[in-house]
Write a protein that binds this ligand. Structure first.
Ligand code: NAD
Length: 314
C-alpha cells in the first residue's frame, strides 16, 4: 500500500523533530521543512539516511512548493520561547500569519488535512482557571508578548476561515508548556534555565515571587495527543497539556533536589505581562481523544536532565 505523506513545518525544532520521529515510526513518508531560525539540524540528522525522510530547507513565509501528493500537513514552524520571539518579533508575526496562510493554501491545493500548533498563550494572563477551550483569553495586543500571542490568535482565525470558507480539513491544538530532550539549554524557559543553572553551579533565577503557577507536559505525552487529534474528526481547538499545577518555587526546589546541586533560589523582577496562572482543562482531550498525560514529572525530569547533562558535555 502507498505510504501516507506528511509535511512537517518546523521539523528541526524541539517538537517538530519529535513529530518526525513519531510519524516515521508510524510508517509515514515524512517531509521535514525548516529554515533553522531557532531549530537545530542535529535534531533530525539521524533521519537523513532513511528513504522515508526528506528535508527541505525553506522559509514557510515564502511561497511553498512540494511536489507529489500530501495527505497531512503539520504547522509547527514558529519561534516559541519568549527569548526567541522578543528577539524576533517580526519573524514571529510573519510565520504565524504569512507562514500559516501559505501552509493552508498548500493544504487546499493538495486536499490535505492540516493541523496547526496554537498555544496556551492565546489565553494570555487568564481570568478563568483552569482554561477551557471556550475561554476567549486576556491578551495585551501591544505588550511585548503580543507578537506571539496575536500571531497565534490569527493562526487560529485563518485556520477556521479556511475550514469554513474553503472546506479544508483543519485541526487546532492549543499546546501548554512542554518539556523534554531537544529543548535548547538557553531558550530562556524556566526548565532549561533552572537545569543549566543547576548544572553549571549558579543560583536558580525565579522571576517575581515564584508563587505563579505553570503546568509541564512531557514531550511524549504531547506527541501522542497531537497524533490522536490529527486522526480525529474534531476541527475546533483542543487543549493538550498536563493539568498538574506547580508553583515556580516548588519547581525550582524539585530541580535542585534532582540535580543534587547546592544552589539557592534568587529572585528577579517579573517580566511585563507574565501570566500568573496556567493550567489546561483537558476534558475535551479526555473525552474526544481518550488522551491524558501518562509520564509523571519525576520521570520526565530525570530523562530531560540526562539529556541536558550530555548536551553540556558536547
Ligand atoms: P522550536 O523553536 O524548537 O521549533 C520551531 C521550529 O520552527 C524551528 O526549527 C525553527 O527553525 C522553525 N521555523 C521558525 N520560523 C520558520 C520559518 N519562517 N520557516 C520555516 N521554519 C521556521 O519551538 P518548539 O518548542 O518546537 O515549538 C514548535 C511549535 O509549537 C511552535 O509553533 C510553538 O508556537 C508551538 N508551541 C510550543 C510549546 C512548547 O512548550 N514547546 C508550547 C505552545 C506552543
Amino acid at each position: 500500500m502507498e505510504k501516507k505523506r506528511i509535511l512537517i513545518a518546523g521539523a528541526a525544532g524541539f517538537l517538530g523533530s519529535h513529530l518526525c520521529d513519531r510519524f516515521i515510526k508510524e510508517g509515514f513518508h515524512v517531509i521535514g521543512m525548516d529554515n533553522l531560525l531557532t531549530g537545530n539540524i542535529k535534531n533530525i540528522e539521524h533521519l537523513f539516511p532513511l528513504q522515508d525522510f526528506e528535508y527541505y530547507h525553506h522559509d514557510v513565509t515564502k511561497f511553498i512548493h512540494v511536489p507529489g501528493k500530501l495527505d497531512y500537513i503539520l504547522n509547527f514552524a514558529s519561534p516559541a520561547s519568549p527569548i526567541d520571539y522578543l528577539k524576533m518579533p517580526i519573524q514571529t508575526l510573519k510565520v504565524g500569519s504569512l507562514g500559516t496562510h501559505n501552509l493552508l493554501g498548500l493544504a487546499k491545493e493538495k486536499k490535505a488535512r492540516i493541523l496547526v500548533a496554537s498555544t496556551s498563550e492565546v489565553y494570555g494572563d487568564p481570568n478563568v482557571h483552569p482554561q477551557t477551550e471556550e475561554y476567549w483569553g486576556n491578551v495585551n495586543p501591544v505588550g511585548p508578548r503580543g507578537v506571539y500571542d496575536e500571531a497565534k490568535r490569527f493562526l487560529e482565525s485563518i485556520t477556521m476561515a479556511y475550514h469554513n470558507f474553503h472546506g479544508v480539513e483543519t485541526r487546532i491544538v492549543r499546546i501548554f508548556n512542554t518539556y523534554g530532550p531537544r529543548m535548547r539549554l538557553n531558550d530562556g524557559r524556566a526548565l532549561p534555565a533552572f537545569m543549566s543553572q543547576a548544572l553549571s553551579g549558579q543560583d536558580l533565577t525565579v522571576f517575581g515571587d515564584g508563587k505563579q503557577t505553570r503546568s509541564f507536559c512531557y514531550v511524549d505525552d504531547l506527541i501522542e495527543g497531537i497524533y490522536r487529534l490529527l486522526l480525529s474528526d474534531y476541527h475546533l481547538p483542543v487543549n493538550i497539556g498536563n493539568p498538574e499545577e506547580i508553583t515556580l518555587n516548588q519547581f525550582a526546589e524539585e530541580i535542585i533536589a534532582l540535580t543534587g546541586s547546592k544552589q539557592k533560589i534568587v529572585y528577579h523582577p517579573l517580566p511585563k505581562d507574565d501570566p500568573k496562572q496556567r493550567q489546561p482543562d483537558i476534558t475535551k482531550a479526555r473525552t474526544l481523544l481518550g488522551w491524558e498525560p501518562k509520564v509523571g514529572r519525576q520521570e520526565g525530569l530525570k530523562i530531560t536532565f540526562e539529556y541536558f547533562k550530555q548536551a553540556l558535555l558536547k
